[in-house]
Design a protein around this ligand. Structure first.
Ligand SMILES: [Fe+2]
Length: 279
């Protein structure tokens, strides 16, 4: 699933009539869709890890906003040095930022793939000492879409010193959709953005409900994002290495950006979706 910035709906740049029209359009789009309430609050999921569900986002293709509201969330890890690691930051919210600041120092703003980055600039402005981390191709994508964000560092195949003690990572192959996935050691939690999608069908309206059902990416089945499937077949060596690494972590929980997280039996979910570990 792709994330866009809601900045194109900036009410400061529109007239009152335009504003009404935009808000009315958004209201119509969201009829029949549900958020993971409450939004913009930290929800603990394990020791030193939790999620924050965000507001609706909308998909744009070629500059056109599609009437498909979808939910996103970020995962927050408190590192053992007291710094916070924000994977796929959701839309900036001051109250949320204050809540997080009470938990630790907001230090790492992480874009796991080129589609999850749109709000990093907002967090970066509020926390200039935080480090925005780039995923492959994300700079080009932000530039092409006029999203105001400056990345300071690039994610690598191996975790940087800044979080190596607490979090492992690997680059999950998927061609255009490749993404960095993370593993929080203390809580045995796999942290994904789009690699696995697990939409709850009763949270989205038709015709998206039927389309999602046909894709197989729905709760409780949860599947690899369909855009990654062909690239994974074409990149078998990289795929095998990534699967092996994920199996070696033996995750108990799996956090996702879209749909319902897997709060237990993560290892069984991984076996079902990625297949048994190679011998
Ligand atoms: Fe996504």
């Amino acid at each position: 699933m792709l994330v866009l910035s809601s900045s194109q709906f900036d009410p400061l740049q529109t007239s009152r009539d335009q504003r009404y029209s935009v808000h009315e359009s958004i209201r119509k789009m969201t009829v029949g869709a549900s958020l993971y309430e409450p939004i913009n609050v930290f929800k603990p999921m394990g020791p030193d890890i939790g999620i924050v569900d965000g507001p609706f986002e909308y998909l744009t293709v070629g500059g056109v906003t599609l009437p498909l509201p979808f939910t996103t969330r970020m995962t927050v890890v408190r590192l053992s040095n007291g710094n916070l690691f924000l994977q796929s930051p959701i839309k900036f919210d001051e109250v949320l930022a204050s809540e997080l600041q009470r938990m630790g120092t907001i230090r790492h703003l992480v874009s796991p793939n080129q589609f999850h980055y749109a709000h990093i600039g907002e967090w970066s402005k509020a926390f200039p000492d935080a480090i925005p981390w780039a995923s492959p191709r994300v700079r080009q994508r932000a530039r092409a879409r006029h999203i105001d964000v400056t990345f300071a560092r690039d994610l690598d195949f191996n975790p940087p010193e800044e979080w190596r003690q607490d979090i492992d990572q690997t680059l999950f192959p998927g061609g255009y959709f490749k993404e960095f996935i993370f593993f929080h050691k203390k809580s045995k939690t796999l942290v994904l953005a789009d690699t696995i999608i697990n939409i709850e069908l009763d949270k989205i309206p038709e015709p998206w409900r039927t389309a999602t059902k046909l894709s197989g990416m729905y709760h409780p089945r949860g599947q690899i994002f369909f855009g990654m499937r062909l690239p994974l077949l074409l990149q078998q060596r990289e795929a095998k290495a990534a699967f092996a690494k994920i199996h070696s972590w033996r995750p108990e929980r799996i956090m996702l950006s879209h749909g319902r997280c897997f709060e237990s039996h993560g290892n069984e979910v991984i076996r079902r979706i990625f297949g048994a570990p190679a011998r």
